[in-house]
Write a protein that binds this ligand. Structure first.
Ligand SMILES: [Zn+2]
Length: 138
């Protein structure tokens, strides 16, 4: 199985994520939720991980995204790509400035960090939204 999964939408609401998953499955799509557990158990950390990602196999991405768009309200990834300067510098591979941060090492220390107490400095992993290139900053 070498199917590539593509994020078609993100949401900070676990109920909403489940809703979209159910709706998509009812339409016959294969759906996966990423970061669902961390968002569910540490609601405050939803921002830190960038929300729950709704993923489908790449071949279904266009149809599934269109379907979700009709349902409304989820943040459609395509829209974010338009003004693509997220302030994290540029991708070393494709020079896109559309990079998403992903902090690793979340947990109890991550929660303290979230409230602005710099006990630990987790590695900041940046993921390019265009080509998928990942770079780790220290
Ligand atoms: Zn890139």
């Amino acid at each position: 199985m070498s199917e590539e999964l593509v994020t078609i939408a993100t949401t900070y609401n676990i109920v909403e994520a489940e809703f979209y998953k159910n709706q998509l499955e009812a339409e016959g799509f294969e759906v996966y939720l990423a970061d669902e557990n961390i968002v569910g158990s540490f609601n405050l950390l939803a921002n830190a991980v960038g929300g729950i990602k709704i993923k489908v196999p790449s071949e279904d991405a266009e149809d599934a995204a269109a379907f979700i768009e009709e349902l409304g309200s989820a943040e459609i990834v395509e829209e974010e790509m338009e003004d693509a300067d997220t302030g994290y510098g540029e991708c070393e591979k494709c020079q896109s400035r559309d990079l998403s941060p992903y902090r690793e090492a979340l947990g109890a220390k991550g929660i303290l960090l979230f409230f602005g107490i710099p006990l630990v400095k987790p590695k900041l992993k940046l993921t390019c939204n265009i080509c998928g290139y990942e770079k780790i900053e220290k």
